[in-house]
Design a protein around this ligand. Sequence first.
Ligand SMILES: Cc1ncc(COP(=O)(O)O)c(C=O)c1O
Length: 377
Amino acid sequence: MKPFEIRNRHFDRLFNTPGLMWLGQNTNHFPTHPAVRQAMLDSIAAEEFHAYAPPAGMEELRESILADLALTDASVLVTDGAVEALYIASHALSAPGGTFVTTDPGWKWPMQFAQAAGASVVEIPIYGPEHGWRLSRAQLDAAVDERTRIVYLVDPNNPLGVCYTAAEIEAFTAIARRVGAYFVHDCTYRDFADAHTLAARFYPERTITIYSFSKWLGLAGLRVGALVAAAEVIERIAAAPPNNLGSNVVSQRAAIAGLEVKAEWMPEINRRQRRNQEEIRKAVAKVPGLEIAVYPSQANFLVIECVEAGITPEALCAAFQGKQVMIRQGTYHTPRFGHRFVKVSTTVPEEWADVFCANLPEMAERARGIKDVGPLF
Ligand SMILES: Cc1ncc(COP(=O)(O)O)c(C=O)c1O
């Protein structure tokens, strides 16, 4: 069997496991807002899915996304999830001889998109207290030059959960401007942060803001997101997008309804996911050698360091699999630092977080005895 088939079977098995507790993909498993559910039901009842949606997205959705970001001088391309937006940007702007600069850890797929288009990837290490778990201006300054086509910043960072200040974002965009690079600002987790600054505020002409509905609204399986940038930039990079027949109609209706109720929805989601963060923090503190890297996380997940406990992340993931709990091994994010941690997502029903906490001491013990783990992805 080819690796892609093995990987697919793995996720198919997970997807079809009744009662699986999804604490590994930062997806949002709180019950859907009734208005969002109703919008999808209405769309299906009207059978409007027989037609293609407008190629750049429903106008109402495009306007609502801009309003949500409070950006006036920008344009929106609705995509099949943030990942398609990242594909478009990384692919269109990367070329042989160019560099794609990002942090380690960060999100791995855009690096692969850029590499496929011929770019060299420069990863700046930010893992560890010696870096304060975050990118510094000096590091970014040293990593870029006139070959740099893209600076890709995940903010809040996945997996670390750090979020950059307005001053940092201003400095980073000034560095990108100095070398003429595009600033791809992946804001997938911005709604979980106490405060968040859009790079587009400082560098509107070459910032590409990446927008997701998967995490704050819980629409991961519906595949809807967006790329937000100056209209000239979108005209240039999205002349021939992978999906020029428009994104999913039902998903766009759900997204519009979600934006309408966002002000009421997000405070409660954040209250609940921070409660889960707090419970996990307490449970981790009771197991010698385990430690949370960044607390509170400004995103909907926590990094738990397990290297000092003598446990491999893979073994801990495998132990929890036996309890129907999916958590993520660090190597998904970073080959360099992945042996040090697991990541646990917090936008899940309180009972799931509590199952994780209650089982943590026993699973940590069990993980010590697990030597051979099958492939994890
Ligand atoms: C940093 C980051 N960007 C983008 C995505 C993908 O988002 P979407 O589901 O909207 O494609 C993820 C998903 O985990 C992510 O972590």
